[in-house]
Design a protein around this ligand. Structure first.
Ligand SMILES: NC(=O)c1ccc[n+]([C@@H]2O[C@H](COP(=O)([O-])OP(=O)(O)OC[C@H]3O[C@@H](n4cnc5c(N)ncnc54)[C@H](O)[C@@H]3O)[C@@H](O)[C@H]2O)c1
Length: 334
């Protein structure tokens, strides 16, 4: 599955939730990997691969051009994951959020080109669409981001396409909400939240419940990036792909979680005036890249339940590491 034209992949945010599953998979596939990360959530998530001679870790801030230059040394491809990665963490300090999620984006892209990078893959978000009434939210629909986090994701997409040129292949991925176990676990994402509450509280609270939420199993998310790296240039160049699996309602997810958790887990429905539904179509990535998710949301739930039962997720209700907003409140990053 390795692309013979790509040896070293530089992954920003490689120690994050998705990154700490992706980096070992890239190493397994035969790539050399450089991680550029601030390690906001610690270095432990990459402990299992730290001894791999093909892994280089650069601890630093991607807003620092010298750190970026260092991390890009020898890189053939970049997968750009690092950011302040949800609305509440962004809104905690919008100036900080913009400096990380937007201001340093074009400099990163230009530094990549200058370093000889041939392929740049950007993790955008399916939240760039805002709320759509149509059943199939495809990549051609206009972007109507509702928050600054989503707005800057959309602006980065535009900049990346502006920077695209012959020999510098670009790809934008708009992932659904990711779910399932990772050594750097986030318990602030729909499926993961519900599973944590089912296993550790015995009760799931659902606000409304009819809203649709698109999800993708983290193992499939990793495969999206591996497939994108392996694909020939012409299959991805200048393209934008949604990446999701099932558009379930929040109540369906809650019921799935309850069934998997077993025992007497209760579902308590609370009223809400936030009935926004998000849903995406992932037909294009299937058609043009041949990528189809192979794992269900239920399997992601099971991976979490197994990890809870094995004691791999201690203090899951209280430890700030699992909740981006709480960690950001604690670290006072400037
Ligand atoms: N997780 C999801 O459900 C989801 C859905 C859609 C899109 N995405 C996108 O995928 C990407 C990865 O998401 P995630 O859930 O793994 O996020 P995460 O918050 O777990 O990881 C982000 C990583 O970036 C690092 N980082 C933050 N600021 C940095 C800086 N200035 N310099 C260097 N490193 C920095 C952090 O230390 C962290 O390890 C993000 O771009 C996110 O917007 C994620």
């Amino acid at each position: 599955m390795k692309n013979p034209a790509i040896d070293r992949v530089m992954v920003t945010g490689g120690a994050g939730y998705v990154g700490s599953m992706l980096v070992p998979a890239l190493l397994d596939a035969g790539y050399a990997v450089t991680v550029l990360d601030l390690y906001l959530y610690g270095g432990e998530p990459l402990a299992a691969v730290r001894d791999n001679p093909r892994l280089t870790e650069v601890k630093g801030d991607m807003r620092d051009p010298e750190i970026v230059r260092q991390a890009l040394d020898g890189a053939d491809a970049v997968i750009h994951l690092a950011c302040i990665s949800n609305d509440p963490s962004f809104e905690l300090d919008p100036g900080l959020g913009k400096s990380i999620n937007y201001d340093c984006f074009r400099p990163l892209v230009r530094a990549s080109k200058a370093a000889g990078v041939k392929r740049f893959i950007y993790a955008s978000s399916s939240s760039v669409y805002g709320i759509k009434e149509v059943a199939d939210v495809t990549e051609d629909l206009p972007l109507e981001p509702l928050t600054d986090y989503s707005k800057f994701k959309a602006l980065c997409e535009t900049e990346l396409l502006e920077e695209r040129e012959p020999g510098f292949v670009t790809l934008i991925i708009r992932p659904a909400t990711v779910c399932g176990y990772s050594p750097r676990l986030r318990l602030d994402l729909t499926v993961n939240i519900l599973t944590n509450h089912a296993v550790n509280n015995g009760t799931i609270r659902v606000f409304g419940g009819g809203q649709l939420r698109p999800n993708i199993n983290i193992l499939d998310m990793v495969d999206v990036y591996l497939t994108s790296l392996a694909a020939p240039d012409e299959q991805i160049d200048g393209k934008t792909f949604n990446a999701g699996y099932e558009n379930h309602s929040v109540m369906e997810i809650a019921e799935m979680v309850r069934d998997e958790a077993g025992g007497a887990v209760g579902i308590v429905v609370e009223p809400t005036n936030d009935n926004r539904s998000y849903h995406i179509s992932s037909e294009r990535i299937a058609r043009e890249l041949g990528f189809r998710p192979k794992r269900t949301i239920r399997e992601a739930v099971r991976s979490l339940i197994d990890a809870f039962r094995a004691g791999k997720i201690p203090d899951s209700m209280t430890d700030e590491r699992y909740f981006n907003i709480k960690l950001m409140q604690k670290v006072h990053l400037t």
